[in-house]
Design a protein around this ligand. Structure first.
Ligand code: NAG
Ligand code: NAG
Ligand code: NAG
Length: 672
């Protein structure tokens, strides 16, 4: 478009002089442009090839974008379903699958909005380069945080529009991309001219997309279960301008509005532009406050990069808690400021460690996506490797039964290890760990102390207390007291522990402790914990354990849990309904969390073990759609939407598992 304008200008100028010279100018211009185009294409190809060689495991390989162009099909909307039709002649305009899907049937975002929404049937095309932010808030810190969130939103859109697959290779850092959007108007005009030729800068129906974000009430950026996560989004086209408004009471609500906006935008491979609706309205709020994912980084180590990738997916699915099971008996990967011996003695290798800076970086990154990082140093059980240096430092035994055999006598899974409940140094170390981790992850009203699966036979070898369970109870209360000291003398309002034999005795006060229930969803403890007044977070092993179903990793014995929990299992699980909870008990349910224990998972499988099953939980907790029909049947519309969401994850470089044959994805409703 800019190119034709320029040519027209050249043409008119020349006409005044002579037609001949004009033609000459045109011809020279065309030859020049073609030459540059040819040269540039060659350079791009060579660069892409070199990149593929340098980064063999990257998605940005020579074959290009993870989602192929499907030129041989066009789609028609019939009865709210997209029908695939062969498109072999070039005459009629092709409608891509995604453009059909986004304008056919129910709203295509995940999780589904809880309240109202309205989408116009008219859509417009645009380029990410024409998207600008306008923030309205009286809170300076919120403005800064929104700017960051918007920068990453734009980065995702660039990825979706595949702009970085044409030329540039480096990912924008936060500061780079923020300066880019701030100085948006200063685009090199020459670059724009050639950009139009090469497809770098394209112009669609819209020439300007203004995203106005208003955060009306809270200036609070501290994570809390009381964060107001509601938001409203509306958009309106005026001429060639689209005005988008996201209105929320807090940063966290606004952040979810951006996730929704991102899903109201799609890439069409016909015109290589982004598309969105001419008008839209969404009013949305979560049903549950705690929507979590737990990752165990002790059985296997996971790089900061893979954790960040996980958080990107969580943000898109509007999940809000990343529970980082940082350490266990197998390894201690965190390099503590006060006690680096823990990692020196406990990490798998020097490179399989997290520095303070790493934890801070993950927490700051997660906040951009509206996700709180909740670190957990499991104690007193699930602690062994890394805790063996006490005697050398004159601190006595910090832990017992470390790697003791036969393991099945002293722990639930090899290797064994359990902290020493009668050594004051143990508590001091925990206190300092809590203190530094809280500094990295920020002020909060929620912390996790672990506390599960103590093996009393381990302690019985050392202590002749008649009440070993009381010892466990005292340990947790002492850990709680140390947490309070670590948190500037204030105990976080919600302190989580795993469910266990201990939480069945009522020794932990229900005013302070929240129980993460990991046992079976039909176990009696579910009812008892609620009756005893505890708040709960459900992580039922029979529904929300994502590590199950991969067989036994030991020579003897059954697999720890089986079978595989499908995304439908995750989605259909509605314990608050099945248990027929009354209003009071229903309020004690803070939410739920999927758990990824990593005995049989490392970075090579992480994405596809987590996704799209984690997304299934996200909708269960955000929207909690009711099952009008059979509890066992997932409605066809859910298949359609989760399939599209899965593609959106793949588009962002998250290697989500396939749901069904691609034929079924291309032909919604035909396989179910
Ligand atoms: C956030 O937490 C910090 C540290 O505890 C506190 O000083 C600040 O007042 C909190 N912000 C709000 C808005 O409550
Ligand atoms: C344990 O340590 C705390 C402070 O770290 C101290 O106040 C307390 O007296 C100590 N207890 C014993 C038995 O040494
Ligand atoms: C535990 O046994 C030891 C001897 O093994 C004894 O000295 C100690 O008094 C006993 N403690 C209690 C509390 O019974």
């Amino acid at each position: 478009m800019l190119l034709t304008r320029r040519l027209r200008y050249l043409y008119k100028m020349s006409l005044a002089v002579s037609l001949r010279r004009a033609l000459l100018v045109l011809l020279t211009g065309a030859i020049f442009i073609l030459t540059v185009l040819y040269w540039n294409q060659g350079a791009t190809k060579a660069q892409a090839y070199n990149e593929a060689l340098e980064r063999p495991h990257s998605h940005h390989d020579a074959s290009g974008f993870p989602i192929p162009v499907e030129k041989s099909w066009t789609y028609k909307c019939e009865n709210d379903r997209c029908m695939r039709v062969g498109h072999h002649g070039k005459s009629a305009k092709r409608v891509s699958f995604i453009s059909c899907s986004m304008t056919c049937g129910d709203i295509n975002i995940w999780p589904h909005p809880t309240h109202k929404f309205l989408l116009s049937s008219q859509t417009h095309s645009f380029s990410v380069e024409d998207v600008q932010l306008h923030v309205e808030t009286s809170h300076r810190e919120v403005r800064k945080q929104l700017q960051l969130a918007f920068d990453w939103f734009l980065k995702d859109l660039r990825q979706i529009q595949r702009l970085d697959y044409v030329g540039s290779s480096s990912e924008p850092t936060v500061s780079e991309s923020s300066s880019k959007s701030r100085h948006h108007a200063d685009v090199d005009p020459a670059a724009t001219l050639f950009g139009a030729t090469f497809g770098v800068k394209k112009v669609g129906d819209l020439t300007s997309i203004q995203v106005k974000i208003s955060v009306l009430k809270s200036g609070d950026l501290n994570f809390s279960l009381d964060n107001d996560e509601t938001y409203q989004l509306s958009s309106l086209t005026e001429g060639r301008r689209l005005q988008v408004e996201i209105t929320a009471n807090s940063y966290f609500g606004a952040r979810h509005g951006l996730s929704t906006l991102q899903q109201l935008i799609w890439f069409d491979d016909e015109d290589h532009l982004l598309h969105t609706y001419a008008n839209s309205k969404v009013k949305d709020a979560p049903k549950f406050r705690y929507r979590g994912l737990m990752l165990d980084t002790s059985r296997h180590f996971f790089s900061v990069e893979s954790i960040k990738r996980t958080i990107v997916g969580m943000g898109l699915a509007k999940m809000n808690r990343f529970h980082w099971h940082l350490s266990d008996a197998q390894s201690f990967p965190y390099i503590s400021r006060y006690y680096p011996e823990l990692a020196e003695h406990g990490a798998y290798s020097e490179s399989e460690t997290y520095t303070e800076q790493d934890v801070r970086e993950v927490a700051e990154f997660a906040k951009i996506y509206g996700v709180q990082v909740i670190p957990e140093i499991d104690a007193p059980a699930h602690a062994g490797n890394g805790w063996d240096w006490g005697p050398k430092r004159g601190m006595g035994e910090l832990a017992m039964c470390i790697n003791q055999q036969p393991w099945s006598f002293y722990c639930g899974e090899p290797p064994c290890g359990q902290l020493n409940p009668k050594n004051n140094h143990t508590y001091l170390i925990l206190q300092r760990l809590y203190e530094e981790l809280l500094q990295h992850t920020g002020p909060t009203d929620l912390f996790h102390l672990g506390g599960d699966e103590v093996n009393l036979d381990c302690w019985a070898q050392y202590f002749n207390d008649t009440d070993l369970r009381g010892l466990w109870c005292d340990f947790m209360l002492q850990a709680m007291a140390r947490l309070k000291l670590a948190n500037n003398g204030v105990a976080p309002k919600h302190v989580a522990v795993w469910s266990s034999a201990l939480t069945n005795t009522k020794c932990l006060p229900n005013s302070q402790f929240t129980v993460q229930v990991w046992g079976g969803s039909t176990w009696q403890e579910n009812y008892d914990l609620l009756d005893n007044g505890y708040n709960v977070i459900f992580s039922h092993v029979d529904a929300w354990y994502l590590d199950c179903g991969f067989g036994s990793w030991r020579a003897t014995g059954d697999a720890a849990c089986a079978p595989y929990r499908t995304w439908q299992n995750v989605y259909k699980h509605r314990p608050w309904e099945r248990m027929r909870l009354d209003k009071k008990r229903r309020k004690q349910v803070l939410g739920g969390e999927v758990c990824m224990w990593t005995e049989q998972v490392d970075e090579n499988q992480l994405d596809n073990r987590l996704w799209p099953r984690t997304a299934a939980l996200a909708e269960r907790l955000w929207t909690d759609p009711s099952d009008d029909h059979d509890m066992d049947i997932v409605p066809p519309d859910v298949f359609r939407r989760i399939s599209l969401f899965r593609n959106r994850l793949v588009e962002l470089g998250i290697r989500a598992e396939a749901l069904f044959p691609k034929y079924c994805a291309q032909n919604p409703g035909e396989c179910i």
